[in-house]
Design a protein around this ligand. Structure first.
Ligand code: IMP
Ligand code: MG
Length: 187
């Protein structure tokens, strides 16, 4: 049976739809085409490394559009956030199963906020004898950057608001909304 594709309505916490499902789909098509083009000559599978949990829907959509050989792996990260002198500290909670050395790696992440997560991951993976490390990020909040990060494949720039849907959550909720919605600021 085909699952229902009806669009869930906004709940009271959600202010508006920022990016609808069709727009997301078209953009993921474009990103996949670019990746297919850029990696067309690789001799071993591209290692897609999804950052749990927020990237899981973007990664699923992206990898099913890839025509270049690829494998999928995951990591889990803990970010201490913005508390006192722990600011910007990032820790690996779960590493990849595969050995990344001698592979082209594409990190797949939901959103670039401060940049601490991605700058840590890029540095860590580059130190592992990888052939290359690139990044695909679904959303970017330029107003929030604290450290510079180079992104090869970027979905959409958004303003400095909290967003949910398409993998992104607020307290584990709303990840499976098919669109990106802006939340009302919490009092
Ligand atoms: P960083 O600050 O760039 O290290 O990003 C840390 C993480 O914060 C991201 O990977 C997301 O999981 C999360 N995050 C940042 N902004 C949002 C948002 O608007 N909605 C949901 N998650 C977010
Ligand atoms: Mg994330």
């Amino acid at each position: 049976m085909t699952p229902s594709l009806s669009i869930p309505p906004l709940t009271k916490d959600l202010a508006r739809v920022l990016i609808d499902a069709d727009t997301i789909s078209r953009r993921v098509d474009e990103l996949a085409q670019k990746i297919n083009h850029d990696y067309k000559d690789i001799t071993e599978p591209l290692m897609l490394v999804g950052v749990l949990k927020g990237s899981f829907i973007f990664l699923a959509d992206l990898c099913r559009r890839l025509t270049v050989p690829h494998v999928v792996d995951f990591i889990a990260i803990s970010s201490y956030g913005h508390k006192g002198d722990k600011r910007g500290e990032v820790r690996m909670l779960m590493d990849t199963r595969e050995n990344l050395s001698d592979h082209h790696v594409l990190i797949v992440e939901d959103i670039l906020d401060s940049g601490n997560t991605l700058s840590y991951l890029i540095k860590t993976f580059k130190a592992r004898n990888t052939k290359s490390v690139s990044t695909a990020v679904f959303l970017d909040k330029p107003a929030r950057h604290e450290v510079p990060v180079e992104i090869e494949y970027m979905g959409f720039e958004i303003p400095d608001v909290w967003v949910v849907g398409y993998g992104l959550d607020y307290k584990e909720q709303y990840r499976t909304l098919p669109y990106i919605a802006e939340m009302y600021p919490k009092k």
